[in-house]
Write a protein that binds this ligand. Structure first.
Ligand code: ARG
Length: 460
């Protein structure tokens, strides 16, 4: 019978199917470096508090170093009979250092150990993701700066509404991703809490110095309540929640890139390196990258539902259900990282068709609001001006002409306030230039917003 680390009270071997069912090693093996780091800190603390001798700690820390390099090189086979990464590391340490390895788990449970490992892992990954999102923001700002003067139709209800600067549109994504960065930065504070020492759930009888362990591991604070320390997965739910919002942002961009690259819009061309062909239709060039990012948003939102549902109604303290936290977490980290990376590379390779965007601005009465504003400037109340402009639009529709294509006499039939200067007033450049309200799309505003962002991102 394969002797389990917890096998003392058992007289029967684990059922073969249960062994497979119970094991999490295929998933949690990626925590090996965090697990070893946590164990080294635990050993240092125990030696410092004379719970084990300094010599024993030395031997074990060296042994863990060897386990680490063997695991780095895939030299330690993983097996379901050793359940999870914690057992594998402890078992491998036994091989390296002999019987003294049996002291490693003093004053510790896998319950606080796994909470620690995931926190070590997620702290690193969150910082990495913040970096990657910041790089993506840089790509957005570089693109905005390159196309500062390009005018495109702005949409509401997916109908042409008013002209905006293409750069302004891109900078909207800069803002969204900026909030994602803030959210991840904020939740990092709650990941940065050191749970080791809670043991199974009640704390331990050994004189552990948790503050010492915290310092060795570089955590911001020590967790307060041992029951909460082993039961808390808020930080996992929060991370996946933030990641879901971030992916939703990327999916909105995806949708626009897909639309814009269609023949119907033809606002952009995505470079060949970021598109693929069809196996049957020789002419096809498909925006697969954008479609995949949009599609993978579903995975991440699914991961959020999975972790929320797993945690729902769980009684205190640790329950094995919580072993199910890692798959959605790891998948979310991987998915968000690859999507962010691929978009950061794709953006500079997008060709922008200013002429098509401009042409699209010239059809659909995008100057109707400005037509009303013109009348307001000449003294008419806005509601009345709105109604006059509406009538002019209806007339134009009948004539198959835009407002600026109507003759002065035709325009004057709607209001005596209208003079020759209306044509200049409702021209594209003028409509953009006048939108000077803070945060609006005027050339000056957008140039300033880009400048501010360059400063924030150390680009200038
Ligand atoms: N593999 C477990 C997990 O990921 C580690 C903790 C198990 N604790 C226990 N008492 N069985 O959650």
């Amino acid at each position: 019978m394969n002797e389990k680390l917890w096998g003392g009270r058992f007289s029967q071997a684990t059922d073969a199917l249960v062994e497979k069912f119970n094991a999490s090693i295929e998933v949690d093996k990626r925590l090996y470096a965090s697990d070893i780091q946590g164990s080294i800190a635990h050993l240092k603390m125990m030696a410092n508090e004379s719970i084990i001798s300094k010599d024993e700690a030395q031997i074990l820390i060296k042994g863990l170093g060897r386990v680490k390099s063997k695991m780095d090189n895939n030299e330690i086979p993983f097996t379901d009979s050793l359940e999870d990464i914690h057992m594998h590391v402890e078992d491998a340490l036994g091989e390296e250092s002999g019987d003294v390895a049996k002291k490693l788990h003093t004053g510790r449970s896998r319950n606080d150990q796994v909470a620690l490992d995931v926190r070590i892992y997620l702290k690193e990954e969150t910082k990495h993701i913040i970096q990657m999102l910041t790089d993506f923001q840089r790509a957005l700002v570089v693109m905005a700066k390159k196309h500062l003067k390009i005018i495109m139709p702005g949409y509401t209800h997916m109908q042409r509404a008013q002209p905006v600067l293409f750069a302004h549109h891109l900078m909207a994504y800069y803002e969204m991703i900026g909030r994602d960065v803030q959210r991840f930065g904020d939740s990092l504070k709650r990941v940065d809490v050191m749970p080791l020492g809670a043991a199974a759930l009640a704390g331990t009888t050994y004189p552990l110095n948790r503050e010492y362990t915290r310092q060795v591991l570089g955590f911001g604070k020590v967790s307060e309540n041992s029951i909460d320390s082993v039961s808390d997965r808020d930080f996992v739910m929060e991370f996946i929640g933030h990641a879901s919002i971030c992916m939703i942002h990327l999916s909105r961009l995806s949708e626009e890139l897909i639309l814009w690259s269609s023949s119907e819009f033809a606002f952009i061309t995505i470079s060949d390196a970021f598109t693929t062909g069809s196996s049957i239709m020789p002419q096809k060039k498909n925006p697969d990258v954008a479609e995949l990012v949009r599609g993978k948003t579903g995975r991440v939102v699914g991961n959020l539902v999975a972790i929320l549902t797993t945690m729902k109604s769980l009684p205190m303290a640790y329950n094995k259900d919580m072993q199910e936290d890692k798959e959605p977490l790891f998948d979310t980290v991987d998915t968000l990282k690859i999507c962010t990376a691929v978009y950061t590379r794709m953006l500079p390779n997008i060709e922008v068709h200013a002429d098509r965007m401009k042409a699209a601005c010239k059809q659909g009465f995008l100057n109707a609001t400005d037509f009303a504003d013109y009348l307001v400037n000449k003294g008419m109340a806005f509601r009345q001006a709105h109604s006059v402009a509406g009538k002019a639009v209806a007339f134009g529709l009948g004539q198959n002409k835009e407002l600026n294509e109507l003759s002065l006499a035709e325009l004057q039939s709607f209001s005596e306030l209208i003079e020759q200067d209306i044509y200049h007033f409702i021209s594209l450049d003028q409509m953009i230039s006048r939108r000077i309200s803070y945060g609006g799309t005027s050339f000056d505003n957008v140039a300033l917003a880009v400048q501010r962002a360059e400063k924030e991102l150390d680009l200038s």
